[in-house]
Write a protein that binds this ligand. Sequence first.
Ligand code: AHG
Length: 328
Amino acid sequence: MNNITLSTFLQKQLDYSKIDRNLLLLLNTITNSCKKINSIIRNGNESDIFSESNTINIQGEQQKKLDIIANELIIKDSECISCLAGIASEEVETIYEIPNSYTKGNYLLLFDPLDGSSNIDVNISIGTIFSILKIYDNDGYITENSFLQKGKKQIAAGYVIYGPQTNLVLSLGEGVLFFILNHDNEWILKEEKIIIPINTSEFSINASNMKLWDSKIKQYIEDCLTGTDGPLNKKYNMRWVGSMVADIHRILRRGGVFLYPKDSNSINGKLRLMYEVNPMSFLIEQAGGLATNGTESILEIEPKKLHERIGVILGSKLEVEIIKKYYL
Ligand code: AHG
């Protein structure tokens, strides 16, 4: 595949009427914002932006200065391009309405500006996750309800991982695209259709929560740990980065299953449905994997609140099917 840039790829999608001009502009804008975040992270050691701010976000979490910088940067870059009816961010309690000084569009942008930010100061991969929805009856007035759409309604979803490499993983609903950021600060298309291996022997869970899990997850993990002597009859490996973007990226590249189930501590789960679990589930299923809360497909879940949390199991198709059997 010769070095096609993201801009060239999106222009072709426009030429073939696969996307409209506003979506092209929105995707170019978001991914340019991520280039800026990447540059700030890579030069972060020269300032104290990796340190904690003195603020707590809507999630009740201590914010890093970089959380705030990334959040404000994405909002500032995208509110003025006349493509959006509104914005929702992990870092902001209410929906962000586009100021009247700007022309509104009919897309909705939802994002986690810096997922895994508790890892920023120890040089572990972090990322930006985004999800794009559309409104069809845009009388210019939106509410939180405008955002509460099932994950299967996403027009596009993606993430940028700021790791040893900076990669963009994006889906427009016709497979999963993989881009690298090259030395000229251009997104270069490397793969047009990532496919997750259907099988795996690698699970990803925060095992320190074991005493909090329900019996089904406990039994599955125990069966994994008994390996070839147990009912699953294969030796498993475990990986847990503590940064969803990094764990999901590994799974997209080499297979695996990621579990962050609800537990007796986090009775609805820890991860947020609208701007973490839905976009990641969209990508995983577009790559041939599966995403469930144990009993329902994530992408079919009817959201009730903007910041609602959900338990999630996603990854290699046959392994997720095995786990679903524990819920029967
Ligand atoms: P944060 O952005 O506060 O670091 O949270 C990251 C999320 C997600 O990226 C990761 O999979 C999960 O929290 C890790 O949770 P634990 O710290 O409970 O393992």
